[in-house]
Design a binder for this molecule. Structure first.
Ligand code: ADP
Ligand code: ASP
Ligand code: MG
Length: 404
């Protein structure tokens, strides 16, 4: 059986007109002889609206009910797509996660798919039907609805491709593929024809919203090739695949940025063994993810400053925990939400010396001050003032020859 998974993102199903258009795309694959499995996101804005409602009810909304609520958007788009396919004369049916079921584990709002029951869907596609599956949702061992984190319908599509052994998995979105940087921020961004899982994972984790990071991990582990393309224009998209399938002559593959970080500095922390552990233990216990960390060398051997970044959403929780922490002493707590993390990513930097120097010099030439730096084998991130975000991206894009 030649199975294909087609996933449609929020904008691709954002209006009735868009749903009619993507229904034609679905049928074009059916006509090519594929057994099509559709995975859909909610209509754009729907999930945000539901989240807003939960916040209006309670600032501590029950996590289980939260997932019941926010998964509702996908039910609407699923039924609208199936309804349209039926209207066009095809056999189609919508499936919520629990009806299949798609089994997940882990916490509400960040659950992971561990298995998908294939029986009913297989029977249905064999009988010529087109199943339209709600992305972003599953059901846990207690039979409660779960969700997979923002952008999670990408992971739903990739796990469907894995469990149904699809020949192809296409992620239809509102841009033509994966670009060297967000094309909505920099017009000069170029479409990347082929990108490795490793680079895509770094890009996604560092702010390239086009793919959800977890979904790339799932694809990498299961060796599933992903095509990312536009549902608006008929053009060749990008392929996300194994590193060994790729020949690249550029040092840097992409540039990303985030705008939802907060920088926290503890000034005058007593410099003694175990102090960093004492600071971060309560944060870790409360599932607060600490990203970049820098500790200054102590000038007098007694005190030091420690700076780290977290998601701005966690700021009030973090400051509360730091103030309550009687295991640490510091003189002052300083906070900056006006920051952006800009990162350059590329496997090419493993074998090319001087990449960090080029990055820092480029930013210096533009008079952009670097607040914090962090690196890994294939990425360098810098924290800068938010107002310089676009200037930094555009100058780095030019420096690393991504404009052409
Ligand atoms: P969907 O609703 O289809 O899942 P998303 O909004 O989640 O779409 O992702 C698509 C968006 O990702 C684009 O509109 C674009 O602004 C953003 N984006 C950020 N970085 C990149 C990048 N490097 N390449 C392509 N798109 C990117
Ligand atoms: N509708 C969900 C969200 O907005 C899932 C997705 O779009 O992939 O996060
Ligand atoms: Mg998305």
């Amino acid at each position: 059986m030649k199975i294909i998974v087609l996933k449609f993102g929020g904008t691709s199903v954002g209006t009735i007109d868009r749903i009619k258009k993507i229904s034609n795309i679905i049928i074009s694959y059916k006509n090519k002889g594929y057994k099509v499995i559709v995975v859909t996101s909610a209509m754009s804005g729907a999930t945000n609206d539901l989240i807003k409602k939960s916040k209006a009810i309670s600032n501590n909304f029950n996590t289980s009910e939260h997932d019941v609520l926010v998964s509702a958007g996908e039910q609407v788009s699923c039924a609208l797509i199936s309804g349209r396919l039926i209207h066009m004369g095809y056999k189609s049916k919508s499936w919520m996660g629990w009806q299949i079921p798609i089994i997940t584990e882990g916490k509400h709002s960040s659950s992971r798919i561990i298995s998908i029951n294939k029986k009913k869907i297989f029977e249905y596609i064999k009988s010529g039907g087109i199943p339209v599956i709600a992305g972003f949702q599953g059901v846990d061992i207690n039979n409660r609805i779960t969700t997979l984190g923002r952008g999670g319908s990408d992971a739903s599509a990739i796990m469907c491709a894995k469990f149904f052994k699809a020949k192809k998995c296409i992620i239809y979105t509102d841009v033509e593929g994966v670009y060297t940087t967000d094309p909505n921020i920099l017009q000069k961004a170029k479409k990347i024809k082929v990108i490795s899982y490793e680079e895509m994972l770094e890009m996604a984790s560092l702010g390239a919203k086009v793919m959800q990071p977890i979904s790339i991990q799932d694809a990498r582990i299961n060796r599933i090739d992903i095509n990312v393309k536009s549902s608006f224009v008929k053009k060749k998209g990008s392929l996300i695949t194994k590193r060994k399938n790729i020949i690249r002559n550029k040092v840097i593959t992409g540039i990303t940025s985030t705008r939802n970080d907060a920088k926290v500095t503890l000034i005058g922390v007593k410099d003694r063994p175990g102090v960093a552990a004492s600071i971060f233990k309560p944060l870790s216990k409360n599932s607060i993810n600490v990203d970049m960390v820098v500790q200054n060398i102590s000038a007098n051997g007694k005190e030091t400053d420690l700076t780290f970044t977290i998601s701005a959403d966690e700021l009030s929780k973090t400051t509360k925990l730091l103030k309550q922490n009687n295991k640490i002493n510091f003189r002052k707590l300083s906070i900056d939400k006006n920051v952006s993390k800009v990162s350059i990513i590329g496997v090419g930097m493993v074998t090319t010396p001087g990449v960090s120097y080029r990055m820092f010099q480029t930013l210096a030439d533009k008079k952009i001050n670097i607040l914090v730096i962090s690196t890994s084998e294939i990425k360098i991130s810098v924290l800068i003032n938010k107002k310089n975000q676009k200037k930094a991206i555009s100058s780095l894009h030019k420096e690393f020859k991504l404009n052409n």
